[in-house]
Design a protein around this ligand. Structure first.
Ligand code: IVH
Length: 672
């Protein structure tokens, strides 16, 4: 049997936990860390296990029931749960206010303004401060008993705070799923291969209508109160806003954005203010609800059919609408990525007319299973690019075919491929494709590629826009006369550029390979390919198997290289470049073990001023050295740049030879 001390401890733990919940959910001002909270809850759970006679239904440990239901029971609402009239414009608001003023005989009305949360309405019945029943709105007169599920929502108190609450209190409010929780839940659903939810409202409603409360307990649901239904044995305050403050004191969460505003002018200001921050709020909202604050006036105004005359919902422009998918076009980005774009029957959504939406990539098309002609739900939130959220399958007509991104670039006709580990499909005609023209030329001219002095990004744009250069080989046909026609280009600069172009023709095979801009072939890989294949011809002819056999070349790079050189257009441009006089010194075929640094292991650490770490590695590898990432007894040299860190000290400890940058450069010069 539990003695008095244990009873007191259990009581104190419950009080502490409830107080922390209140601080967190209602006051939005957490007082303890999660771990401290968990510790209290664990202690309480253990005591209750030891002394089951101390368990009460409103104990914070009793949120999740054990057994799933077979169905929900029906609940009659004694006070019907009404809906709201809508306003869509300032005129609608002016009309509403005029009707209120006529009944009130007053010039300026106080309105309680609250966000209209996009969740589902719920009724919570507290008897003597204890949550005894929770029900959905249903048709307004009868709903479903979802008490067991609602008990799992942490923001809803199982027991009211303090003492002054009425013996019977029915609180009404909205169960919502915060946007962050919604994203997380969908992520998890995706990972489990289960159905994702279209929006937070559907997710909230689906989660609350689970027959197994243990499932609901895992869903990130939240709650805000916005009014009362049945109330007995309590003298009502004279305004709605005071009633809301009262609920807050009893431990119920109310929306922190709620305000009392004056007249239509106040309503409009509040509306603008919230429209601006709408996307940054934690919960999805679809408008503002204005309620006459004065309760006596509310009673005087009464109801029309199923909605109060004292309240109105001023809707924001919808962020989701239905429309038809007319076609899917492919856009080729400047880096060659093929992006499918949905062409839509124009629809007004999120405040603008939308006729295109991105479809991202093939995975997204497959996930949505979207087909041409489908009715789709389009979403545009704030300044975010419009998205297709889902397909309304019930409206699909006939049997449209699945859509596949084409295997040819729609701009240049080169092969479009998707590599195994990527979501994106790329055009492989990098040197030729009009969409990639500017980027390809910029890369080709850059310092670490062909190093064409004076040919910066701006000038490349100008040359392409003026039609002087279409492909990289055109660069070598430029004349001083042509260049001088460009804006802000004097004779001297034009001559300098022609000279720089001439100079760039003398390069290395590695630089040339890098300059081609093959997807996934960076400087290091280019270096590796050059030292292995020795000539451009060998590389062009290499098969995927031969490429994969090269150390450090994986299947993706191998596939990239082969596809790139297989494109006739790329080969034409390369031939033109060679014909223009680009050349490099022949690389002597040396067996690996004849290379000057064969058998030596290097570690490179710290920042080098003359080259990047990858470049340094590649240079060493080209000379036959092995480059490792950690220092051990087997290390022969450690190359040390600025701010080297622990590897340098370890080398010292082990007595390994340290090369500072100058000595390292000297070594490279000696052997290359
Ligand atoms: S008051 C008689 N306030 O909107 C007034 N409703 O269209 C009853 N809603 O079913 C509702 N946020 O689910 C009120 N701050 C808010 C609200 C709100 C969302 C929902 C509620 C109701 C629907 C009415």
């Amino acid at each position: 049997m539990a003695d008095k001390k244990i009873r007191q401890r259990v009581e104190s733990l419950r009080e502490q936990i409830n107080a922390h919940n209140y601080a967190y959910y209602v006051l939005d001002n957490p007082e303890v860390t999660d771990s401290e909270y968990d510790r209290l809850l664990r202690e309480l759970t253990e005591l209750e296990q030891q002394y089951p006679e101390l368990v009460t239904p409103d104990s914070p440990t009793q949120r999740v029931g054990a057994k799933p239901l077979s169905e929900f029971a029906e609940v009659q609402h004694e006070v019907p749960m009404l809906s709201l009239g809508n306003a869509f414009s300032e005129e609608d608001m002016i009309d509403f206010d005029r009707r209120v003023r006529e009944v009130a005989g007053q010039k300026i009305i106080d309105y309680a303004a609250e966000p209209k949360l996009d969740g589902l309405a719920i009724s919570l019945l507290y008897q003597d401060g204890v949550l005894v029943r929770a029900a959905t709105r249903g048709d307004g007169h009868s709903g479903e008993d979802v008490t067991l599920n609602v008990r799992t929502i942490q923001a809803i108190p199982l027991k009211l705070r303090g003492r002054g609450y009425p013996p019977v209190l029915e609180v009404r409010g909205e169960v919502v799923m915060p946007k962050s929780g919604f994203e997380k839940l969908n992520q998890q659903q995706k990972e489990k291969g289960e159905k994702t939810f279209v929006n937070p409202r559907n997710a909230a409603s689906g989660s609350l209508r689970q027959l197994d409360p243990r499932v609901t307990a895992t869903r990130p649901l939240s709650f805000y109160s916005y009014g009362i239904g049945l109330i007995e044995g309590f003298a009502m305050p004279d305004t709605h806003s005071k009633m809301m403050q009262q609920l807050k004191e009893w431990g119920l969460r109310i929306n922190p954005q709620s305000r009392v505003v004056q007249g239509v002018k106040g309503c409009m200001e509040y509306y603008q203010q919230l429209a601006k921050i709408r996307n940054d709020l934690p919960d999805e909202i679809d408008g503002i609800v204005y309620k006459v604050d004065n309760i006596a006036l509310q009673e005087k105004l009464g109801f029309v059919s199923r909605a109060p005359r004292w309240a109105i919902a001023y809707k924001f422009p919808a962020q989701e609408e239905m429309t038809r998918l007319l076609a899917i076009d492919i856009q080729v980005g400047r880096t060659g990525a093929l992006t499918p774009v949905a062409r839509l029957e124009p629809v007004f959504v999120g405040g603008v007319t939308v006729s295109n939406a991105t479809l991202h990539n093939q995975d997204e098309i497959d996930r949505l299973d979207v087909r041409i002609g489908d009715t789709v739900i389009v979403r545009r939130a704030g300044d975010v690019i419009p998205q297709i959220v889902s397909v309304v399958k019930s409206r699909r007509k006939g049997k449209p075919r699945r859509y596949h991104i084409p295997d040819k670039c729609p701009v240049c006709g080169s092969a479009a491929v998707r590599y195994d580990d990527e979501a994106v499909t790329y055009c492989t005609g990098g040197l030729y494709c009009e969409a990639q023209r500017k980027e390809a030329i910029k890369h080709f001219a850059s310092r670490r590629a062909m190093n064409i002095d004076g040919l910066g990004d701006k000038l490349v744009e100008q040359l392409v826009d003026e039609g002087l250069v279409n492909h990289v080989d055109d660069l070598y046909k430029l004349t001083v006369g042509q260049l001088m026609q460009l804006e802000r280009m004097g004779k001297k600069s034009a001559q300098n550029l022609v000279d720089a172009l001439q100079q760039s023709k003398n390069t290395t095979l590695a630089r040339f390979i890098f300059a081609l801009g093959i997807h996934n072939v960076g400087e290091t890989t280019a270096q590796t390919l050059a030292s292995h294949f020795l000539t451009l011809d060998n590389l062009i002819k290499a098969t995927e198997e031969e490429l994969v056999a090269v150390p450090d070349i994986g299947p993706v790079v191998a596939q990239n290289v082969v596809t790139f050189f297989r494109q006739p257009h790329n080969r034409e441009v390369i031939q033109q470049l060679i014909d223009a006089g680009i050349h490099w010194p022949a690389i002597k075929a040396r067996k690996r073990d004849e290379l000057p640094l064969a058998g030596k292991t290097f570690v490179v650490t710290g920042t080098l001023s003359s080259m990047g770490r990858n470049e340094a590695k590649a240079a060493l590898q080209e000379l036959g050295a092995k480059v490792s990432s950690s220092v051990s007894k087997k290390t022969d040299y450690v190359v040390v740049g600025e701010n080297p860190g622990s590897k340098a000290s370890k080398a010292e400890e082990l007595g390994i030879e340290i090369l500072e940058e100058a000595a390292f450069l000297e070594l490279l010069k000696k052997y290359s």
